[in-house]
Design a protein around this ligand. Structure first.
Ligand code: GAR
Length: 213
């Protein structure tokens, strides 16, 4: 079994989606959810999803080896960043080189970098009158939102789309593609690196849960 740890700082809707996707997998298991925020909703999700969860403050992440020790103890093979807002220490990035995957809610390199996360990204996209947005899944290096892009999904925007609407469209892409891309990457399966998705009226309906296993 390949063991993954999901790191998340906020609500954790992607985390929940990933946990559910792999719940019956014979190959991949979400073995831990780690947060830097004691009050993050992702920790409540961890409880009801029955995944062990851990909290480390920013200083513990950056200035101690506690997180590294936990990852060693749990025999974690891959690290997934799902809305995780702390830059990982170089020691972890080095040790897990090629095995740390992040999702960003824009078409990087646009709207990435320090301070660009969540709704701030969607507001900037709307203010710039972009005609499309999307998601970028990439392997990380020691900088925010950089590293090798492994997948992008694009979706068209309407001139009337608000930041909230863009967020909804982008979240739908995240739910649809992030677990599948994680699976393909880990199992070294070939997959499309770039897709364009036609908007549909109720984007939430594209949320996928694996029902075939
Ligand atoms: C997601 O949209 C993710 O792409 C974004 O945070 C959100 C977390 O949502 N990540 C970044 O902005 C990273 N720079 P969630 O907590 O509901 O999964």
């Amino acid at each position: 079994m390949i063991r993954i740890a999901i790191l998340a700082s906020g609500s954790g809707s992607n985390t929940e989606n990933i946990v559910k996707y792999f719940a019956k997998s014979a190959e991949i298991e979400v073995s831990a959810i780690i947060s830097n925020k004691a009050d993050a909703y992702v920790l409540e999700r961890a409880q009801y999803l029955h995944v062990p969860s851990y909290v480390f403050g920013k200083t513990e992440f950056l200035e101690t080896n506690k997180v590294q020790l936990l990852l060693d103890e749990l025999k974690i093979d891959w690290i997934i960043l799902a809305g995780f807002l702390v830059l990982l220490p170089v020691s972890i990035v080095d040790k897990y080189e090629g095995r740390i995957v992040n999702i960003h809610p824009s078409l990087l390199p646009k709207y990435g970098g320090k301070g660009m996360y969540g709704d701030r990204v969607h507001k900037a996209v709307v203010e710039a009158h972009e005609k499309e947005s999307g998601i970028t899944i990439h392997k990380i290096d020691a900088n925010y939102d950089r590293g090798t892009t492994v997948f992008q999904a694009k979706i068209k925007l309407k001139p009337t789309d608000t930041a909230e609407k863009v967020a909804q469209k982008v979240h739908a892409l995240e739910y649809k593609f992030f677990p599948v891309v994680i699976e393909n990457l880990i199992l070294n399966r070939p997959f499309e690196k770039e897709v364009t998705v036609e908007p549909i009226d109720n984007e939430q309906s594209v949320r996928v849960e694996r029902k075939d296993r």
